[in-house]
Design a protein around this ligand. Structure first.
Ligand SMILES: [Zn+2]
Length: 174
């Protein structure tokens, strides 16, 4: 049997949806704290050596290196030895962090901790604006209230009718 529903919008109308969003946004702004997401590092070519067809270092010093000599990114080396900047990979990984404001609950109640192999005091729940969704999904770890955390669950879109927020459970890294 197919479902039979009255037209939507009688209780949850546009004004209530707006009120809900305005309230949650204000709560995030007033009571939210910074969460730092550690994104996968971005790779770029080593400026200190030349690469071969396989993309790895050829072990040849790049005389055109524009970084200041004898700093982290510019260390001359004898040709035929291993580049001291990239250690032969020709890849330089740059860490990327992003900061969002989140409502943070410690030891959230609506959670089956034992099923997830953890205990309440190690769990955080965050709620951020939906713009953070992809970054929460992709990040390697986060700093929440000074603690390194990893995702305990996938992020979930939440909201009243319009999914304006992302919710995620995290576990303190031990
Ligand atoms: Zn190199």
């Amino acid at each position: 049997m197919g479902e039979s529903l009255p037209p939507p919008g009688l209780y949850v109308d546009a004004a209530l949806v707006d009120l809900f969003k305005g309230t949650i946004d204000q709560l995030i702004s007033d009571m939210g704290r910074a969460v730092v997401l550690y994104m996968p590092p971005v790779g770029s070519g080593c400026p200190n050596c030349l690469s071969g067809p396989d993309g790895r270092s050829k072990g040849i010093y790049n005389v055109a290196n524009t970084f200041v000599i004898n700093t982290t990114m510019h260390r001359p080396f004898p040709n035929g030895s291993i580049c001291p900047v990239c250690h032969g990979s020709h890849q330089i990984l740059t860490p990327v962090t992003l900061t969002y404001t989140a409502l943070i609950s410690r030891a959230p109640k609506n959670m089956k901790f034992s099923e997830l192999g953890t205990t309440p005091e190690n769990v955080y729940l965050t709620k951020m604006q939906i713009v953070a969704f992809e970054d929460v999904r992709r990040c390697d770890k986060a700093i929440i209230d000074g603690e390194y955390c990893v995702r305990l669950t996938d992020p979930v879109r939440t909201g009243l009718k319009v999914l304006n927020y992302v919710r995620c459970f995290w576990q303190k890294q031990t």
